[in-house]
Design a protein around this ligand. Structure first.
Ligand SMILES: CC(=O)N[C@H]1[C@@H](OP(=O)(O)OP(=O)(O)OC[C@H]2O[C@@H](n3ccc(=O)[nH]c3=O)[C@H](O)[C@@H]2O)O[C@H](CO)[C@@H](O)[C@@H]1O[C@H](C)C(=O)N[C@@H](C)C(=O)N[C@H](CCC(=O)O)C(=O)O
Ligand SMILES: Nc1ncnc2c1ncn2[C@@H]1O[C@H](COP(=O)(O)OP(=O)(O)OP(=O)(O)O)[C@@H](O)[C@H]1O
Length: 515
């Protein structure tokens, strides 16, 4: 099948093979499609239109008016009369299969490294791409929460709307990346990607499982933690080689899932030296910290098994990103890149140059301490970040500016309260993407979980003012953390995205005024 063409007999065969086809009505002169889309606004002549999600029948009518000649849906629609009607039992799965076919199976022309985990996907993906960029001579694409990099030119880089794109966009972008000369891809796979079958049928050369902790549970996401874990584990079932952080919660479950997919010779486990694992299993790589400060860290990676030794990546590595958990993120990237053929010296040279927008970005000042801008936006990440800073900050206070998003991730409010109670000295509760909720109500919900004996709480819903209060009050020994937004440029309020200075811009502006 050619890229950019889909014919009804091939569609029929593909959907039947996956037992998805329920009925097929072929309209005259509508047997061949040269476009495929799920958005009526993009439909044109000979388009196959996919009716999915919060679809409305009038979208099908407009697609038909624009020239679409076929549709795929879970039910028949009179608005599509005169079009070829492909009725399936699961439109998301059908869309993934048809997308892969339409773009002529681009996954077969890429070496794919896929990351899942509650925390660290973006950072680790940046590390892996950083190494592979050097190893492959700029021929590594990246699909991350921050951006989609489809080639080496600036106009081949786009801001992401989702961590893992909708399947049609995913296969489209893979094909585009190949057309731009890419032969490797590092991608993040969210649990939602499995829940919504965005990656249905996709196999990865290497699948990495970083960690799991309760998150993304609630309306529009996962009904339970078990469902969240189940979705994340699907990545291992679809990987030829599995790399697992042995310090993850639910290690036994995760490891058994990997074993159901590949032999143990294709499973690599890594952990920090002396880590207490929840299940007794030999670790392939150990990570030992050599040195760390608030700017960078140096660590040793040691192979503990024969198959690990064969990768020849024992050695010392430096990263310019503080946070002990980032050593684990970097180790995962070194192992994955080695499995993709990158040599140790390349990893050692490339890693110190990797920066991740909005993750552990640091601004220093003479009189107002150090300001960290970090995307930490749930208990696991804020707690890991504050614990690390507490170890490093001996004399000073830890001031945290934080809000929690509205309309989703409600459990994060309790998590923030808990993490602040454990390590913060002063919390500035403020606004972060309130959506349709009242930001004061959200702040009060965080406050309800704060231990007031240990933490002073200041309510300031204007994020700029809250940041200013924290930085102004900070002394040279203090640390200010602007948490949760990283380099996000928009504030989501009542269904609108309002352009708003990033936390980095806010901090820079305030520090310039103060110094
Ligand atoms: C619940 C969910 O998965 N929703 C996703 C889904 O929405 P949807 O299918 O209902 O699409 P919709 O945008 O509501 O519109 C319905 C359909 O009508 C079409 N339409 C609409 C208007 C029109 O004029 N004509 C037309 O044809 C749209 O193109 C669409 O196909 O498909 C859309 C793209 O096709 C996504 O943007 C949207 O993600 C929502 C916004 C989202 O933010 N999801 C989050 C929960 C998510 O997936 N997050 C994960 C990270 C979290 C994690 O780590 O688990 C991620 O991967 O990003
Ligand atoms: N391995 C880790 N363990 C715990 N916390 C981490 C880890 N790696 C990063 N973090 C924290 O989580 C934040 C988000 O990191 P990152 O963007 O790499 O994760 P992610 O999995 O892509 O997150 P999300 O799914 O929320 O986009 C970081 O800013 C840092 O505070």
């Amino acid at each position: 099948m050619q890229s950019g063409v889909l014919a009804v007999p091939e569609i029929k065969k593909l959907l039947q093979e996956h037992q998805l086809l329920q009925s097929l009505v072929i309209a005259p002169k509508a047997e061949m499609f040269t476009e495929i889309t799920y958005d009526s606004r993009k439909a044109g002549a000979q388009t196959l239109f996919i009716c999915k999600g919060n679809f409305r029948p009038e979208y099908l009518a407009s697609a038909k008016k624009a020239g679409a000649t076929g549709y795929v849906a879970e039910q028949y629609y009179p608005e599509g009369d005169g079009m070829t009607a492909i009725i399936v039992s699961d439109v998301q799965k059908a869309m993934a299969l048809l997308g892969a076919a339409f773009y002529d199976y681009p996954q077969n022309e890429l070496f794919i490294i896929a990351y899942t985990g509650t925390k660290g996907k973006t950072t680790s993906s940046y590390f892996a791409r950083g190494i592979l960029e050097t190893a492959t001579g700029d021929r590594t694409a990246l699909f991350s929460t921050i951006d989609r990099i489809l080639g080496p030119e600036p106009d081949q880089r786009f801001k992401s709307n989702l961590t893992t794109p909708e399947s049609l966009d995913l296969f489209h972008d893979m094909r585009q990346a190949i057309n731009n000369g890419m032969n490797h891809l590092v991608m993040e796979v969210s649990s939602q990607a499995y829940k919504k079958s965005r990656v249905y049928g996709l196999k990865y050369d290497i699948g990495l499982f970083l960690n799991i902790s309760p998150d993304h549970i609630g309306k529009n996401e996962h009904p339970t933690f078990e469902d969240y874990l189940f979705c994340k584990e699907q990545l291992l079932l679809n990987s030829k080689t599995c790399v697992i952080n042995a310090e993850t919660a639910h290690l036994l479950d995760v490891y058994q899932t990997a074993k159901a997919s590949v032999g143990t010779e294709n499973i690599y486990l890594y952990a920090r030296k002396d880590a207490q694992l929840s299940f007794d299993v030999p670790v392939d790589f150990e990570i030992a910290n050599d040195f760390e400060d608030l700017k960078q860290s140096e660590f040793k990676l040691s192979a503990k098994t024969k198959k690990a030794q064969a990768l020849a990546i024992d050695g010392t590595y430096t990263i310019a990103l503080a946070g002990d958990y980032n050593e684990g993120n970097a180790a995962s990237a070194i192992i994955a890149s080695a499995l993709a053929g990158a040599r140790k010296a390349v990893a050692q040279e490339a890693l110190p140059l990797v920066k991740v927008p909005g993750r552990m970005e640091m601004l220093t000042s003479k009189e107002h301490g150090t300001v960290y801008i970090d995307y930490a936006h749930n208990y696991a990440s804020l707690s890991a970040l504050l614990k690390f800073l507490r170890q490093q900050t001996h004399a000073g206070k830890i001031r945290v500016v934080v809000g929690s998003t509205g309309d989703k991730g409600v459990s994060r409010r309790e998590g923030f309260g808990k993490a602040l109670s454990e390590e913060a000295d002063i919390a500035y509760l403020t606004t972060d993407d309130p959506g349709f909720e009242d930001p004061m109500q959200i702040a009060q919900e965080i406050d309800a979980h704060i231990d007031h004996e240990r933490v002073e709480v200041i309510f300031e819903l204007d994020r700029k003012k809250a940041t200013r209060l924290a930085i102004e009050a900070s002394t040279a020994e203090d640390v200010v953390v602007l948490a949760g937004r990283g380099e996000d440029k928009y504030l989501k309020v009542k269904g609108e995205e309002i352009l708003y200075p990033t936390d980095v811009e806010l901090a820079q502006e305030i520090l310039e005024e103060l110094e």
